[in-house]
Design a protein around this ligand. Structure first.
Ligand SMILES: [Zn+2]
Ligand SMILES: [Zn+2]
Length: 534
């Protein structure tokens, strides 16, 4: 079971962190009808960075035994139901060393947990999910409302002159209908202009949010005249091969050799990996693999590939094959994903249009972290663990992880947006040639930064604030923020199983071991397990 949750978390979990809600923003109040030095800024967050709640058929929140709302990302966990479904088939399968309903139970469990996020054949989400919206600035949010935005994007932890009443958070369902969400974003931008009196805004698409900006510029080109600046943070502009591999059946963990020789140890330290392996090996390989295959099939066929927002994260190179495999009998979904595919292919062209209109476009990218070893392409190109660098840094050329550009390599200067051909755009470690990305002078590269831990990087957060304050406009504005910035290496995990487990959770959730996963209350799972045995 843990494997499926891990797979799903790995695929879906983007950054978040444990944040306190002390605001370091100025009070604002200087802005009269859009006459002030700042532009209203709309954060378009990443995967799972919005509160999406379970509601009943009357639209009322479904509360747990502690009276808390139930989050639906990445799924709804009912540990009692899971154990009830799994226990008999599991024991029978272990006893007989054959598949006595084990694989069917796995499929059932996956469906029970993640089925709430399933879209219908018209690509519409369940009526039983409700997105928490903030149709006003963060300054006008209640303390409770502010919690989630600042938890995921903790800009409030750092000193800034940027006024909080100019900061907006566009929340959305990561599994939702991509076209509907894009249209909502379009309306949201107009709402912000109306509320603040400004005729332009800054948008800041983060990770999955990058797919919404692609769609926005392609479907609503008139919006370009309402954009002052785009601040991309690790944007998923050309999807990720992690999703592309999953959607084209190139999943490594369905091979026992991969599973037992290295895959587990990419997520756990050796000792924990071998402990899990020992537990899992109670089942014969065929039975385990049958279970894995059925579970992954339910997850991919019935849930992920029904969501147009998940499709928007498929890399364009994998899309045609993936669409052939999963969408030939889903015409409405395919119509919508084909439309997005065009937006994805036009991404750089549309960004160039913005640049030509004088819009400032700045990007923060990360590199030197190999992709998590779920798909077969994991070791084929430079990445930040989750998204290839070429996707976040708009086509940039780089060596593979652990390698350098060939000896004597000269920067290619293929971008027409470099303001001075004498710039040196090669990284000091001779890995990235930033002159080949669309925006050499405005793309920051963080060396050794993991995608899902972006929000923990103080330099990235302060850089973002300096950009919103108009103090930094390119990689030459401030020597403290050059084009290439090295991050501290990640510390080795501590000894001891629970410390390791907590390190693992920290790694994937950005929380500091308090068992708080977004949308997945592990604390309550532990409570449920305790209750079952007491
Ligand atoms: Zn203003
Ligand atoms: Zn340049």
């Amino acid at each position: 079971m843990k494997k499926f949750i891990s797979l799903f978390l790995c695929v879906t979990m983007i950054f978040s962190m444990f944040a306190v809600s002390a605001s370091a923003f100025t009070a604002g109040g200087e802005c009269k009808n859009g006459e002030c030095e700042y532009y209203p800024t709309i954060i378009i967050p990443g995967l799972g960075q919005s509160n999406v709640w379970l509601v009943d058929d009357d639209g009322e929140f479904v509360l747990d035994s502690d009276g808390n709302k139930t989050a639906v990302f990445p799924g709804v966990i009912d540990i009692g139901a899971i154990i009830k479904t799994a226990i008999v088939p599991l024991l029978l399968s272990v006893a007989t060393q054959s598949d006595m309903g084990f694989s069917d139970a796995v499929a059932d469990i996956i469906n029970t947990i993640f089925g709430i996020n399933k879209c219908d054949s018209n690509a519409q989400t369940s009526k039983n999910v409700k997105v928490e919206k903030y149709p006003y600035s963060l300054a006008d949010c209640t303390e409770e409302e502010k919690e989630s935005p600042y938890h995921h994007v903790p800009l409030n932890l750092h000193e800034s002159s940027f006024p909080e009443d100019h900061l907006y958070y566009f929340s959305y369902n990561s599994f939702g209908n991509h076209i509907d969400t894009t249209n909502e974003l379009y309306d949201f931008i107009h709402m912000v202009m109306e509320q603040t009196g400004h005729d332009k805004v800054i948008i800041s698409p983060i990770s999955q949010g990058g797919t919404l900006s692609n769609a926005l510029f392609e479907y609503h080109p008139d919006i370009m005249d309402c954009i002052e600046k785009v601040l991309y943070i690790v944007p998923c502009l050309d999807g990720t091969t992690l999703i592309g591999d999953i959607f084209t059946d190139k999943i490594r963990l369905l091979d026992p050799d991969v599973l037992y020789t290295g895959l587990l140890s990419t997520f756990f330290d050796i000792e924990t990996a071998s402990m899990i392996e020992t537990l899992v090996r109670i089942l014969p390989d065929e039975v385990l693999m049958a279970g894995l295959e059925k579970g992954v099939d339910v997850l991919v066929r019935d849930i992920m590939t029904m969501s147009t927002s998940m499709w928007a994260m498929c890399d364009s190179a994998s899309y045609p094959e993936a669409a052939e495999m999963y969408l030939s009998d889903r015409p409405e979904i395919k119509k919508q994903t084909d439309k997005y595919y065009k937006a994805q292919l036009n991404s750089s062209k549309n960004i160039q249009k913005l640049v030509d209109k004088g819009v400032e476009v700045i990007t923060v990218a990360e590199y030197d972290i190999q992709m998590y070893g779920i798909g077969e392409s994991y070791d084929k190109e430079m990445a930040d663990g989750m998204i290839p660098l070429a996707s976040t840094a708009m086509g940039v050329h780089a060596a593979n992880v652990g390698e350098t550009l060939p000896a004597g390599y000269k920067q290619a200067n293929t971008s027409k947006n470099c303001s001075d051909p004498s710039h040196n755009h090669i990284s000091p470690d001779n890995v990235v040639d930033a002159s080949t990305g669309l925006l050499p002078d405005t793309t920051f590269h963080f060396d050794g930064q993991k995608h899902e831990q972006t929000a923990l990087n103080t330099t990235i957060l302060t850089l973002a604030l300096r950009i919103l304050e108009n103090k930094i406009t390119d990689v030459y504005s401030d020597p403290a923020y050059p084009q290439f910035i090295s991050c501290d290496p990640y510390p080795a995990p501590e000894e001891g199983f629970f410390t390791k487990l907590s390190d693992f959770l920290y790694e994937y959730t950005g929380t500091n071991g308090f068992f708080e996963l977004p949308g997945l209350a592990v604390k309550s799972i532990f409570q449920d397990i305790k209750n079952l045995f007491s």
